[in-house]
Design a protein around this ligand. Sequence first.
Ligand code: ATP
Length: 213
Amino acid sequence: MIGIFGGTFDPVHFGHLRPALELFEILELEELRLVPAGTPPHRRPPRANSAQRLQMLRLAIAGQPGFVLDEREIERSGPSYMVDTLAELRSELGGQRPLCLLLGMDAFLGLTSWHRWEEIPRLAHLVVSHRPGWLPEHLDDHGGPLAELADGSMVEEPRQLADAPGGYIFMHPVTQLDISSTRIRALIRNGRNPRYLLPDGVWNHIREQGLYR
Ligand code: ATP
């Protein structure tokens, strides 16, 4: 099984990396692809350019077996849509290989605003990480298309994901780290030290390049 973890990574931090590693292990993934967005459709352009964000990711995952940087959204022109990324991966990897799209609960709850979102669950499983104690039943409170999507496609055990190329939803608690790229950028802008929120190699690179000041 291959995992896909998209984001702006402006900069990458431990709030991305620790949950990613926990899911990598629990899902027994062969590979986790980190996919930095080129032109994110939902938000302002990143502060660091693509080459800088790629370099920070390279430093962050160096030496972590199974973690792979996937540059396709940066190389593609136009807005970065996850549905295009998944469709490309599906055609490269064949129809049978299970793909798992890793999403935080916040991203999952916003899924219906994504470009051609209905195609996404057909292309991959959705692996939704959440706070310990959060119950999937809470999803019913949101009602609508997401509750409908979850109804009947939720699986309890990660190994069930290996039985199909996509279409299942698996929810799993991960260690909560209240870290965001926005806050790290604000700390740096204000001359404060973001150390211990992100890998030292990434922080050193930010300093050397004078990023986010
Ligand atoms: P920004 O503050 O610039 O919005 P961010 O820190 O939220 O950035 P993104 O690169 O936008 O980071 O996030 C990519 C993915 O990582 C999203 O699915 C998001 O839910 C998840 N994520 C980001 N921060 C955390 C965190 N602290 N814990 C768990 N998941 C996170």
